[in-house]
Design a protein around this ligand. Structure first.
Ligand code: ZN
Length: 286
């Protein structure tokens, strides 16, 4: 299996916090409410995403199709039987130690800069007593608030500048495609414009990374889609996607839970005490 960690690091052995530097940044970008159908129809009009990968791969979401439930899976690799996050009405704090941010901090300590940027302060919440509290606590740089798309893009660039002294792992969440879907319907002109605007913002972020000559891995995905022909997401809203430039990615499809296992693999941060559920695992090198 290919890994991006330097060879010296592999020789360091397992267990405990690593002190060796990591040679790359990794961004996990979540475009809330961007269905497979929307991305597929818009692909020819986008500039940044088709530059990251020649094609998206299909990703399936199990369980309830909403922001808290899907992000709990994406950021822990587990369903509600482990996280407690069933849907937006049942979204207690995820038990401590399960989120990617906490697990990367436990593995790499302060040698990694962690950011958590949420564009939905209620549904992807990091305040005390809310679902993603522990992920927020483990991060160096957090933001949870509703900004139009351009606001999140500016925050992404700020986070990149702030994390400059250390390799960065960041979650960046964009709400605008979901907001436009509720406002104007799925695959409406409004929703298409929102996706194009986010694509353009991502282009500015990648330009910033290139200017600084950073080696980065970009994973762009969506938490859920919309029920066809409606402005809500319940049934048939479970078909999303992943666009990724990780050369070790070796999967033609996956589950949203596997995004968490893929990042744990990327960072050599698996833990036998917290194994993936049966049938799930990393999308790299399999
Ligand atoms: Zn929504």
């Amino acid at each position: 299996m290919h890994r991006l960690v330097p060879l010296g690091l592999l020789a360091a052995g397992c267990g405990g916090i690593r002190e060796d530097p990591i040679g790359f940044d990794a961004l996990l970008v979540s475009i809330d409410g961007a269905s497979w159908a929307l991305l597929d129809e818009e692909w020819a009009h986008l500039e940044t995403l088709p530059g990251i990968a020649p094609a998206p791969i299909p990703i399936h979401l199990l369980g309830y199709a909403d922001t808290p439930a899907a992000h709990a899976r994406m950021l822990t690799g587990y369903g509600p039987e482990v996280t407690g996050v069933l849907d937006r009405w049942h979204d207690p704090p995820i038990p401590a130690g399960l989120t990617l941010h906490e697990r990367l901090r436990a593995r790499w300590g302060e040698s990694l800069h962690l950011s958590f940027v949420s564009n939905k302060p209620k549904n992807l919440a990091i305040d005390p007593g809310l679902s993603f509290q522990h992920a927020g606590d483990a991060s160096d740089w957090t933001y949870a608030g509703y900004d139009p798309t351009a606001g999140v893009g500016a925050r992404m660039r700020d986070a990149l500048d702030d994390g400059w002294d250390r390799p960065l792992f960041a979650l960046f969440h964009f709400a605008e495609v979901d907001e436009a879907g509720h406002r104007s319907g799925e695959r409406s002109w409004d929703q298409r414009q929102a996706l194009r605007a986010i694509d353009a913002e991502l282009g500015l972020v990648l330009e910033r990374l290139r200017e600084r000559e950073r080696e980065a891995r970009i994973y762009v995905t969506a938490d859920h889609g919309f029920t066809p022909g409606t402005n809500y997401h319940e049934e048939k809203a479970h078909h999303v996607w992943l666009v990724c430039d990780d050369p070790a990615l070796d999967a033609s499809e996956g589950e949203i839970d596997e995004i968490a296992w893929t990042f744990l693999d990327l960072y050599d941060a698996e833990d036998e005490a917290l194994p993936p559920p049966e049938g799930l695992g990393s999308l790299r090198g399999r």
